[in-house]
Design a protein around this ligand. Structure first.
Ligand SMILES: [Zn+2]
Length: 664
């Protein structure tokens, strides 16, 4: 009971996620602070790894997973082409002698290709060239996406100019974060330009000119905040355009000719920011020539800093530490492993899942998803505040959801990629060239084809994550999360439902939230809720926002921003509700269900500590509730929790039935 007296300004529970705080209190009673009571020992003993600002069940599992992946990259007993690829690339990255000997490699040639441009026409020719496509940089970008009207087909997504500050808003008002990004990005550019032989004045000029171009074009680009808003979905992805329309709209900047020279012909193209292309055509002329050239040179030079010699890489690490305010960088072997992970995702995933994930696990988790979908079907039928027509559409969407568990049954074929060992003459530079060409081959093989959903795109299945994809209407519970505190074949049903089960329930609810309501069962962008239902949903969400916003979450007594975390908290509550639904089904069928085990397992998943600075940051940007709130404010919505622990009015975990705020 100590804890009640010790909470001075926070309410209703201590923010035990702030590092070092819980240790000065006794273990609270379950009925007063369920989260801390369950996780007390974990939180008291948890330590931050060097260079990290938080530690959690997720990071615990992430470290374990990363160590397993690294072991695969040096395992000489593994046979086959995939194993050769990952071993060779890993060794090439770590071979500083060879990398130092290779030095800048062909980087100078690629910079000179831009240097020698004398007119805007020559610049246009550069943009159309293979040199630009394979080794250069551009001011207009495109990538393979899913057609937003018919996501069964690939499309070409045309996106705006890449900005060194990341956010177009920064060019109007430079934020503190923007300043840190600018410092790092300029530091990288200056270092690399010097290495390429530019003197101080020339380097400074390149930076100024490049910034000038970015600033000019940024004025016509959407800000990160605009891009992230729910309304942006239609603004960004409902701008179908043909090659002829591009030719018409982009008469000065020869974008259509560039696409033609790349052999990018598609009836399915989307121009994300029409205003940007309009603006680009206004400024694409001789007066911007030097600015654009500087922008390209800077990008080509900066992009190489992590893949050439050791000195350059150490400089990158120094600048990066400075930006993040940390003292140590991760060791080289971890960085090399991340690099292989990023560049050879499929071969690495195949080897990992073969060793660590059994077909039984895949089947078991698929069953949990199907059972949860079954529960949702009943739940939706019982949500009387939804109109008949919205409910019908919701059930239709639910029935169309495809569970994607652990790993795909079909993988992309990597036999066409050949990364040799150093002894066979490979360098990191030549390996990266091969990877780049292989990437383009993949692009062309998919262009204008139907999406093979069984391949899962290039989804990463070896990270600790899970998600619902609104554009595919599929739920991904991937290999990387099927371990640790989330799932284990040897753990009890209750523990697995409290772990991965609640995660599954959470993700499924995203099919029906503010974003899910704008995308139909095929993933096409289309409103399908009746407007009145949407209003009623919002009214229910408002009660939840009000409840969360009444909580004080810092030692200084700052109120929580309930609005920021509403969507994810609605999902958390739906996730637990769905699992409690499965529990009552188990009981109705004559089985046992240990609720205590279930709730403890759920609380354990969110065990977490963080620095006060990290807390500050999360309070501003994180759309998920703080871990202690994700547990306490969620479990207290459900009668089963009160019954399991005999919680009554007056206990800090108690919330009167009429004050409970779960939306679903
Ligand atoms: Zn979520």
């Amino acid at each position: 009971m100590e804890i009640k007296n010790n909470i001075q300004k926070e309410s209703p529970w201590l923010n035990s996620n702030i590092m070092g705080r819980a240790a000065s209190f006794d273990v609270p009673a379950v009925k007063d602070d369920f989260y801390l009571s369950v996780n007390y020992d974990w939180i008291k003993n948890a330590k931050l790894k060097p260079g990290r600002a938080a530690h959690s069940s997720f990071t615990d599992l992430q470290y374990e997973l990363d160590a397993n992946l690294r072991a695969l990259m040096t395992d000489e007993t593994l046979k086959g082409h995939d194993a050769d690829l990952i071993r060779n690339l890993y060794a090439l990255w770590l071979d500083w002698d060879a990398r130092n000997k290779n030095g800048l490699g062909k980087l100078k040639t690629h910079v000179e290709a831009v240097e020698k441009i004398k007119s805007i026409d020559e610049l246009s020719e550069y943009f159309k060239s293979d040199e630009c496509k394979l080794y250069g940089s551009s001011i207009a970008n495109f990538s393979l996406g899913l057609d937003n009207d018919d996501p069964n087909f690939y499309n070409i997504e045309i996106s705006a100019t890449g900005l060194s500050l990341g956010d177009s808003a920064e060019y109007k008002n430079l934020s503190a974060n923007g300043q840190r990004v600018k410092k790092m990005s300029e530091g990288i550019a200056l270092y690399m330009l010097k290495k390429l032989g530019y003197d101080d004045d020339a380097s400074k000029k390149i930076l100024e000119q490049s910034y000038e171009f970015e600033k000019t074009i940024a004025a016509s680009m959407m800000t990160v905040e605009e891009l992230a808003s729910p309304e942006s979905l239609k603004k960004l992805y409902k701008n179908k355009i043909t090659l002829e329309e591009i030719r018409e709209k982009s008469k000065i900047f020869p974008f259509a000719e560039i696409l033609e020279s790349y052999k990018v012909f598609s009836d399915r193209m989307n121009l994300q920011q029409p205003k940007w292309l309009e603006a680009l055509n206004k400024i694409y002329n001789e007066s911007q020539l030097e600015n654009i050239k500087s922008y390209l040179i800077r990008n080509i030079a900066s992009g190489a800093i992590t893949r050439i010699d050791e000195q350059s890489f150490r400089e990158y690490q120094r600048l990066s530490r400075q930006r993040l305010g940390i003292k140590e960088s991760a060791p080289d072997n971890e960085i090399a492993a991340d690099f292989v992970h990023g560049h050879l995702l499929t071969p690495l995933s195949k080897i990992y899942v073969e060793k660590y994930i059994s077909p039984e696990t895949k089947q078991d988790v698929t069953n949990i998803i199907n059972e949860t979908i079954g529960y949702y079907r009943e739940m939706l039928k019982n949500e009387t505040w939804l109109s008949e027509s919205t409910r019908e559409k919701a059930v239709e969407k639910l029935d169309a959801i495809k569970p994607r568990v652990a790993y795909p049954d079909k993988w992309r074929d990597y036999s066409g990629l050949d990364i040799k060992s150093k002894n066979d003459g490979e360098t990191l530079e030549t390996a990266l060239e091969k990877l780049n060409k292989f990437g383009w081959e993949n692009f062309y093989s998919k262009l204008n084809t139907k999406v093979d959903r069984e391949m899962w795109g290039d989804s990463d299945v070896i990270i600790v994550n899970s998600y619902y994809s609104p554009s595919k209407n599929e739920i991904f519970i991937i290999a990387g999360i099927l371990s640790g505190d989330f799932y284990g074949p040897q753990r009890s049903r209750e523990e697995n439902l409290g772990g991965i089960g609640a995660v599954i329930g959470h993700e499924l609810s995203h099919a029906f939230d503010t974003k899910g309501a704008q995308m139909d069962k095929n993933g096409a962008i289309k409103d399908w809720w009746q407007p009145e239902d949407y209003e009623r949903f919002q009214a229910r969400a408002d009660r939840l926002i009000k409840y969360l916003s009444g909580m004080k979450v810092t030692p200084e007594g700052d109120f929580y921003n309930g609005s920021l975390v509403q969507t994810e908290t609605i999902a958390d509550m739906a996730g637990v509700k769905a699992m409690l639904g499965l529990a009552s089904k188990i009981k109705a069928e004559g089985g046992d269900f240990d609720y205590d085990k279930f709730f403890r397992s759920y609380a354990r998943v969110w065990a977490n500590i963080m620095t006060p600075a990290r807390l500050d940051y999360l309070l501003k940007i994180d759309v998920h509730a703080l871990p202690y709130i994700r547990v306490n404010a969620v479990v207290q919505q459900y009668e089963e929790f009160y019954k399991t622990y005999g919680i009554k009015s007056g206990d800090l975990m108690y919330l009167a039935p009429e004050e409970r705020v779960a939306v679903w």
